[in-house]
Design a protein around this ligand. Structure first.
Ligand SMILES: Cc1ncc(COP(=O)(O)O)c(C=O)c1O
Length: 419
């Protein structure tokens, strides 16, 4: 959860009185604590004692270039899933030889671009993709460095929408077919086998699923090496969980580091870790203004100016996010309410049946732990603007993405000559 406290009745986040920002920046807006981003990276980095490893930040969790650049400065590589993310990572100074390209549906353009930029490796998810990558590589007279993403058939993750490692999920190649696919890959002239990869899901707060996945990776790596294949890199994916609510125990990152050493330390391979949420989730808050308070005998609604288009996790995943007022409650005047947005959907909510004390129209709320999978999943549904993103550092803030207002969005439409 976020590192906040109240001082003189105002919410302080990373030494900044957030209420002061609302006097200068239109709500809603996201803000991220640079100190928290750095602390999380260091806690993971310091927990790992493997001889050779690379943290490749999963750009999908928050792809703002200032966030990527901060991690690049700390030594991170990047895990990307599109040409857009690859371009962002490169622009943010991530060296191409620290970029891994994941995802089930890479198109020819994306493969071509990745090859031209000599990235570290492609995490390949199907035989069809393997053939495409090989052909593109041959056109560039290159060999494409690849790992096969295996599906270890392990259930993990905060909910079924973020579980990726079960047999019925679309990701990876069944671990049972791994050898066959590697053997085939070794016959393709445009392919250079580099490693093996797995990613079993997200918001994993227990060590057990990781332990099973690392065992599987170790078992298959040993088998492939015994058969004469060269496996130099083991990519264990991301998935490390964080604390979103009071009673949640986040992953013990020290123990995660120890597990990596225990399971993979003796294999003489570089290990890649692809954390996203762990680094960014609790660095962010979404600040929103209360527009209306609508009370009835059945239900009370607090209608805020942020909508599901700005932050979709509650409705998409049923995710819990603490919501706190920027002004410390003075009276115990409890209101049980739903916090909802202005979008014309019943699913446009941030919390249901929560208790808020001493709130009024025009007050501000912070939706907590919104640094990961927040802004990156936003849309312009209902022709709503894309909102500002700010970075906070020791009591100051900077805008790191400017609002894209509705006029710019409307201007993208082209009125057809037939109407
Ligand atoms: C291949 C891959 N790696 C890494 C991640 C990052 O996961 P997390 O944010 O849970 O660390 C994801 C998330 O979906 C992913 O698909």
């Amino acid at each position: 959860m976020i590192n906040y406290n109240y001082k003189k009745g105002n919410l302080i986040f990373d030494d900044l009185n957030i209420k002061n920002i609302t006097e200068e920046i239109e709500t809603p807006f996201y803000c991220y604590s640079l100190n928290h981003l750095k602390d999380q990276y260091l806690s993971l980095d310091n927990s790992i004692s493997l001889k050779d490893y690379e943290i490749c930040y999963a750009v999908k969790s928050n792809s703002n270039q200032s966030i990527i650049k901060n991690f690049a400065n700390m030594g991170s590589g990047a895990d990307v899933v599109s040409i857009g993310e690859m371009k962002r990572a490169l622009k943010a100074n991530i060296s191409p030889n620290k970029i891994v390209f994941s995802g089930v549906g890479k198109n020819s353009n994306e493969i071509k671009f990745a090859l031209e930029n000599d990235i570290l490796m492609f995490n390949v998810e199907s035989v069809s993709e393997l053939k495409k990558i090989s052909s593109e590589a041959l056109l560039q007279s290159k060999k494409a460095p690849i790992a096969i993403r295996i599906n270890p058939d392990i259930s993990a993750g905060g909910n079924e929408k973020i579980s990726t490692g079960k047999a019925q999920d679309k990701f990876g190649i069944s671990w049972k077919e791994a050898y066959e696919v590697y053997e085939y890959a070794s016959t393709l002239n445009g392919i250079e086998i580099k490693g093996i990869d797995a990613h079993i899901g997200s918001q994993i707060n227990q060590l057990e699923p990781f332990s099973h996945s690392f065992d599987k990776l170790k078992e298959i790596t040993s088998m492939l090496k015994n058969k004469g294949l060269k496996i130099d890199i083991i990519d264990v994916g991301g998935g490390l969980g964080v604390k979103y609510k009071e009673n949640e125990t986040p992953i013990d990152v020290k123990k995660y580091g120890e597990l990596l050493s225990e399971k993979l330390g003796e294999l003489d391979c570089k290990v890649i870790i692809e954390p996203g949420r762990f680094l960014t989730a609790n660095a962010g808050i979404l600040v929103t203004k209360i527009l209306h308070i609508k009370k009835s005998d059945i239900k009370n609604f607090v209608i805020v100016d942020a909508g599901m288009n700005d932050f979709i996790r509650p409705t998409l995943y049923g995710a819990h996010h603490n919501i706190i007022p920027l002004k410390e409650p003075e009276k115990l005047e409890n209101l049980k309410c739903d916090i909802v947005g202005p979008v014309c959907e019943t699913g446009d909510f941030f919390a249901k049946d929560i208790d808020l004390n001493d709130i009024n129209e025009d007050d501000f709320l912070a939706i907590c732990s919104t640094g990961a999978y927040g802004s990156v999943q936003s849309s312009n549904y209902n022709t709503r603007a894309s909102i500002d993103e700010l970075l906070i550092n020791n009591g100051e803030y900077e805008i790191i993405r400017k609002r894209i207002n509705e006029d710019i969005i409307i201007d993208k439409d082209i009125i057809s000559k037939w109407v």
